[in-house]
Design a protein around this ligand. Structure first.
Ligand SMILES: Cc1cc2nc3c(=O)[nH]c(=O)nc-3n(C[C@H](O)[C@H](O)[C@H](O)COP(=O)(O)O)c2cc1C
Length: 171
């Protein structure tokens, strides 16, 4: 798929078909995340990949907006060391956003949908994912083939108008 088409086709997919994601496709998505840029190239992320149904079911309980994780073919948990300074936290979240976007776009290219979820219950996330003390799970990204319709460029996205967002030269 053309990059421009992938950008326009990505949408949050929260209902997935029963189809599995092949190991090669999953690795490509993860590799896209690994290649993301980060502040001073510190690469603060770990990706914990979950495809076991019992684990996914438990993971879907970490936040009231995580229900779609349960039916995903695979979910990638973004885990990072708990940062100390506010500045470190800011750049961590910026960088996690870049890794997320890379993975989501790589998935679209393969016809695979994705959906973010925040994480509220860190104890439960740690129990399911087994990451060490001093780390936290920042977000979950659920992946799977869309159950409703294939990913196609969205002609009129639900977004603020271009001229409201873009300021040429000055505000
Ligand atoms: C930082 C962040 C956190 C999000 N958390 C959740 C979430 O917990 N549950 C959920 O269903 N969607 C979540 N979303 C998805 C957004 O609601 C979604 O991206 C937004 O409504 C735009 O829709 P679209 O992705 O289909 O374009 C999150 C998105 C971002 C960027």
């Amino acid at each position: 798929m053309e990059t421009w088409d992938a950008i326009r086709s990505r949408r949050n997919v929260r209902r997935y078909s029963d189809a599995h994601i092949s190991p090669g496709d999953l690795e490509r998505i993860l590799e896209a995340g690994r290649r993301a840029p980060s502040s001073r190239n510190w690469q603060p992320w770990h990706f914990v990949v979950v495809s076991d149904r019992a684990q996914l079911t438990e993971l879907a309980e970490v936040w009231r907006g995580a229900g779609h994780v349960r039916g995903s073919a695979a979910t990638v948990a973004l885990v990072a060391e708990a940062s100390r300074s506010e500045q470190d936290r800011d750049r961590l979240h910026y960088d996690l956003g870049q890794a997320t976007a890379n993975m989501m776009l790589a998935a679209v290219d393969l016809g695979i949908g994705s959906g973010h979820s925040a994480v509220a219950d860190q104890e439960r996330a740690q129990r399911v994912l087994g990451f060490p003390a001093g780390y936290f799970c920042a977000y979950l990204i659920a992946f799977g083939y869309p159950d409703d319709r294939p990913l196609r460029p969205i002609i009129s996205p639900n977004r603020r108008p271009f001229d409201d967002v873009v300021h040429w030269t000055t505000w």
